[in-house]
Write a protein that binds this ligand. Sequence first.
Ligand code: ADP
Length: 246
Amino acid sequence: MYLTIKGLAKSFGENEVLKNIDFAIDKGKVISIIGPSGSGKTTLLRCLNTLEQPSKGLFTFEDGLTLDFSKKVNKQDLLKLRRKSGMVFQSYNLFPHKTALENVTEGPLIVQRRNKKEVTKLAKELLTKVGLKDKMDLYPNQLSGGQQQRVGIARALAIQPELMLFDEPTSALDPELIGEVLRVIKDLVNEGWTMIIVTHEIQFAAQVSDEVLFMDGGYIVEQGSPDKVIRNPQEPRTKQFLDRIL
Ligand code: ADP
């Protein structure tokens, strides 16, 4: 397995929003996380790159990196964990005063201190790949939501992560702009990226995922192939959720 997670828990004060989460993802696989609002999906994703620090949980990567959050974890290991993943946010989170190209080069240049010429070349390739070849010099407010999100995807790819994390990447978009973003994500699936996607696009999740996790109340209530979880759910809570949204 690329990454195995055991006993992940996260509390905000008294409120335990993730409870004893176990799952694993293999290289090149796609996991989608579905479930009602407030069930802990975003928090789970944020724990995977330490935007939130887990309260408990054992993370084991196949390269040997191991973090046990029930003990004090060292800064070096946290940094290693953070560098493994690229995150795509619901609200894009682009720098408003930087062009599309500068948004994509920022991470590799400033955080990773890579060579400017190389990084610029890579960023141009990535923006071309997401269909924004002729928009590189525009600012976020000159782009549609779908275009901004595609910049967000190029930016996450630019740090050359091992794992791509998507936090409801289309939920802020007008319906007519959702397709162009899902198409880009589908291209990444076909390229073999390892990805975890929090989404309300159930049909999309069914199409692209190797595995689906259904969360409710901070637990993974049901997990398995899309055929099992989406097309033939066993748990009443999963059925109820899918009945409401499909
Ligand atoms: P989902 O993504 O499934 O909608 P979230 O992970 O956003 O769920 O939220 C799960 C629960 O955690 C909610 O009750 C939410 O209010 C709470 N929560 C999330 N982030 C914070 C935070 N930074 N501080 C306090 N509570 C939070």
